[in-house]
Every structure is written in structure tokens, then in C-alpha cells.
Design a protein around this ligand. Structure first.
Ligand code: APR
Length: 233
């Protein structure tokens, strides 16, 4: 297949694409996220047990966004989007680096750091500021915690059903339903390519698995794709 024949690229990204921007991944060597057990700070139980800890944890994550910047991988995807009829970018990440790199059609299936949700009314509003102590019992991060429903399930299903090329970038493919998207893409005959620092449990399902740091392998791949020097199939 030639690049010019591609009508719809679906991309799934994970924490690995933001690692070189300075945002910690979830399952690094000691399996902690900023020195916390993930379930302690990213689950409804954890929030119930210690709302102040969870609010402060996400306030720190939101604050950190002001010091980090999109890297070459985010920028390469934003450039690629301009060269195809359609690119649907599904991210597990809650940072805003894809948007700041210029990507337009972005869906955050696990929510966004810069959105908070009213616990009573469900109202969601955009903020880059901390949730302050007096609001701890009214507002929570609009983040999808373990055991909660993902966002944009419909868009994800629709994109997987009609993409010609599925790129999975910077995710350990440990968490579902994100990890299962490849099976939907394979069902419709899409070419599936994984780009990650290392092998994942699902690497064998992909037509090709490219290993390395996203900041180098993603721009290299998108350039080869756009100049037809990457053998798609
Ligand atoms: N370039 C490319 N890949 C990288 C880089 C890098 N510079 N650094 C790390 N990686 C890879 C790791 O090898 C790992 O496979 O990125 C992946 C990150 O995996 P996780 O830390 O598990 O993050 P992710 O897959 O996004 O987690 C999914 O789990 O905790 C929940 O909701 C949270 O969205 C998150 C979900």
C-alpha cells in the first residue's frame, strides 16, 4: 500500500511518548508512579481513602505540565495528521502535549489533567490551576481511574472499524480496553505497527514492532511512511 492510498490512520499513544518530555511513565523499574502505588492515587477507593493525597497528587501533575514541552514524537504525529485525509489520535495520556504539538483530532480515553469534574453535578470545567483545599469535597480530577468507564469509547470503536493503518506508540499494552484496539484493527484488515522502547505482551499481533525511543523512532517512521520508503505491505 502506498502512503497516498491511506485514507484513515488511527494512532494509540501511551506514557512512553511523553517520557522524553520529562513526564514519568507508570510502570518504571519500581512500578511506582511518582513514588506512589498507582491504585493509591488513581482509583475511586484511593480517592475515598485519602482525597487530600489524591488531590495533591494531581495538582502536582497539573503543575508539572507547565514545565514540560511536546517532543519530536508528538510533533511528528501533528505533521502526519496534515498529510492524510483523516488521523484519529486516541491517547491514554492525560497530558496536553499532543494538542500543544498541534494535533487536532485527539481523544483522551483516560481523561485530562487540565479538566476537573464536580463530584455532585458532574459539571466538567477546564483549569490549569490546583484544586484548592476548600474545594476538595466538591471537585475531582476528570481522570478515568481504575475501575471507571473510559471516555470516547464510541469514537475509538468507530476509528478501529475503518482505519487502514493503526499505530500503537509508547504503551506497555498492559491496560484494557486500550490494549485490545489492535484486535479490532486487525479484524478490518488494517496494517498494525507498534513503536515502543521494548517488546510488549502484544508485539506478536503487530505486522511490525519497532523498538527505540519515541523521540527518534517516531519521526523516522513518519518520514519513511510519507516518502513511501517504509514497506507497508
Ligand atoms: N520511547 C518509547 N517508549 C518508551 C519510552 C520512550 N522514551 N520510555 C518508556 N517507554 C515505554 C515503556 O517501555 C513501556 O512499554 O512506554 C511504555 C509505558 O508503559 P506504561 O508506563 O505502562 O504506560 P501506559 O502503557 O501508557 O499505561 C496505560 O495505565 O496506569 C494506567 O491510566 C494509566 O494510561 C495509563 C495506562
Amino acid at each position: 500500500m502506498k502512503f497516498q492510498e491511506i485514507k484513515h490512520i488511527m494512532v494509540l499513544t501511551g506514557a512512553g511518548i511523553s517520557a522524553e518530555s520529562g513526564i514519568k511513565t507508570f510502570r518504571d523499574e519500581n512500578g511506582l508512579w511518582e513514588n506512589h502505588e498507582i491504585t493509591e492515587v488513581a482509583s475511586p477507593e484511593g480517592f475515598l481513602k485519602n482525597p487530600a493525597l489524591v488531590q495533591r497528587f494531581y495538582n502536582a501533575r497539573r503543575e508539572q505540565l507547565k514545565e514540560v514541552h511536546p517532543n519530536a514524537a508528538h510533533k511528528a504525529l501533528a505533521a502526519l495528521e496534515k498529510e492524510v485525509p483523516k488521523l484519529t489520535l486516541i491517547t491514554q495520556n492525560v497530558d496536553d502535549l499532543h494538542e500543544r504539538a498541534g494535533s487536532k483530532n485527539v481523544f483522551h480515553m483516560h481523561g485530562e489533567l487540565n479538566k476537573i469534574r464536580n463530584i455532585k453535578t458532574g459539571e466538567v470545567k477546564y483549569t490549569t490551576e490546583a484544586i484548592i483545599e476548600k474545594d476538595f469535597s466538591h471537585w475531582r480530577p476528570d481522570i478515568v481511574w481504575f475501575g471507571e468507564m473510559i471516555k470516547h469509547a464510541e469514537q475509538i470503536e468507530k476509528a478501529a472499524q475503518n482505519c487502514d493503518l493503526f499505530l500503537c506508540i509508547g504503551t506497555s499494552n498492559n491496560v484494557y480496553p486500550a490494549a485490545a484496539i489492535v484486535h479490532r484493527a486487525l479484524d478490518v484488515g488494517a496494517i498494525c505497527i507498534e513503536l515502543n522502547l521494548e517488546e510488549t505482551p502484544l508485539s506478536s499481533f503487530y505486522h511490525k514492532s519497532i523498538h527505540g525511543r519515541a523521540g527518534s523512532i517516531v519521526p523516522k517512521f513518519t518520514n519513511e511512511l510519507m516518502t513511501n520508503s517504509f514497506q507497508l505491505k
